[in-house]
Design a protein around this ligand. Structure first.
Ligand SMILES: [Zn+2]
Length: 410
């Protein structure tokens, strides 16, 4: 078999193109393959599909293709241009690559497979592509996936802020709580960040959004109020975020009390910080005896802890009416505790009461989305060289966007 015939078979259907020349360079470990089309071949206008004669050719270009055994393989050709009476001069579509691609479609498909399995550094080693080329392949896959995605809005959204780098660099992540996919990522954690998601939806799609889980973060709440009708019955403040306020209040009470006790020569609370941070059922066994003794002692910290633990029962109610009654009695207890930090936390919750009680209409939390939070965190951690926020966003869409990332094969 001639080498040109071999590559005609290896490359797959290239109609009307033919393999005209093959060069093997053992020293460089590469194979170069040239494709040519028959003189009188006609090509469709990329805009309207009308069959047209060749107008002229662009410069010769090369596309990286799947390796031939261990040899890097490049396909070379001069892309023909057509002149459509309606759409003007355009480069004709090529059967082996997408427009503007530096890789063949089959190579891009392989790259998607590899990138799904490992990080960018690992993929660039396996694919023998540069760091920038590998990111480029991932970005192209995401762009392709986002373009192919049908326009729709999830019924139940999660909105969360994620640290994107050092310090105060955040992105806003909008997720579909039912599918467990990331729908939208925007810079910062401002009202405008979430606005940018709602602004691209139609009035019909906005109406389809039934509930939004979020932290007690005013800019997000304002954005929802500006875009969704009846917003206050749709905003559900995340219960884990709410409990975070109480956990912090307990810790502040402990610090203050410990300082006072130590000053009076009483070390009972020294080294007890983490005992108070556990939920009742998660306290490690070897701490139980000391913790039981601490709780029996008449400590302000113990009272703060009991108030915190009791708030958890709020979310266990089946009915909103009962939950409301429980909330009122808890609030009375908390605000009459004479524990400053607890009173302050309770008042913060009171200001967000509607979003607390909306839980009983929708029963959603941000934590539910298929472990999305921990997966985003894993992407951030594995991304030792993400270098910038755009890369972080691309990787989240790639791994968690639920997108069809593959280029279609001709
Ligand atoms: Zn045309």
């Amino acid at each position: 078999m001639r080498d040109t015939d071999l590559y005609r078979h290896l490359l797959g259907p290239l109609d009307p193109w033919e393999v005209s020349r093959v060069e093997l360079s053992v020293a460089d470990g590469r194979v170069d393959v040239w494709a040519e089309h028959p003189k009188r071949a006609r090509f469709p206008c990329p805009e309207c599909d009308r069959g047209l004669a060749v107008y002229d050719h662009a410069e010769e270009r090369a596309w990286r293709h799947l390796d031939s055994c261990q040899f890097l393989t490049y396909l070379h050709a001069r892309p023909p241009r057509v002149k459509c009476p309606e759409h003007g001069v355009h480069q004709a579509a090529l059967p082996w690559a997408e427009p503007m691609a530096r890789f063949t479609t089959l190579f891009e498909r392989l790259a998607v497979e590899v990138l799904k399995e490992c990080d960018v550094l690992g993929a660039s080693r396996l694919l023998r592509t540069s760091w920038d080329e590998t990111w480029h392949l991932m970005e192209r896959a995401v762009t392709r996936g986002l373009q192919a995605k049908p326009a729709s809005a999830p019924a139940r959204l999660g909105v969360d802020e994620k640290s994107a780098g050092r310090g105060q660099d955040y992105v806003t992540v909008v997720s579909d709580l039912d599918r467990g996919t990331v729908e939208h990522i925007a810079d910062h954690r401002r009202q405008a960040s979430l606005d940018s998601y709602f602004d691209q939806l139609s009035a019909e799609q906005l109406k389809g959004i039934k509930a939004v889980a979020m932290d007690m973060w005013e800019p997000y709440a304002s954005s929802v109020r500006a875009h969704l009708p009846d917003a206050d019955n749709k905003i559900v403040f995340d219960r884990f975020h709410i409990m975070g306020y109480l956990v912090e209040a307990v810790d502040t009470v402990r610090k203050q009390e410990n300082r006072a006790l130590v000053a009076a020569g009483d070390p009972s609370l020294v080294g007890s910080k983490y005992l108070w941070l556990y939920s009742r059922e998660n306290l490690p066994k070897h701490h139980r005896r000391r913790f039981a003794a601490l709780r029996k002692a008449d400590l302000r910290t113990g009272r703060a802890w009991a108030i915190k633990e009791n708030l958890r029962r709020f979310w266990e109610y089946k009915r909103k009416g009962w939950a409301l009654r429980y909330w009122k009695s808890w609030y009375f207890w908390a605000t009459h505790s004479r524990l400053g930090p607890v009173i302050e936390a309770a008042r913060t919750l009171k200001r967000h009461e509607a979003g607390l009680l909306a839980f009983f209409s929708h029963r959603i939390t941000n934590a539910g989305a298929e472990g999305l939070n921990s997966r985003i965190q894993a992407i951030r951690v594995s991304a030792r060289g993400y270098r910038n926020r755009e890369h972080f966003k691309t990787a989240i869409y790639f791994h968690l966007g639920g997108l069809d990332l593959y280029p279609p094969v001709a």
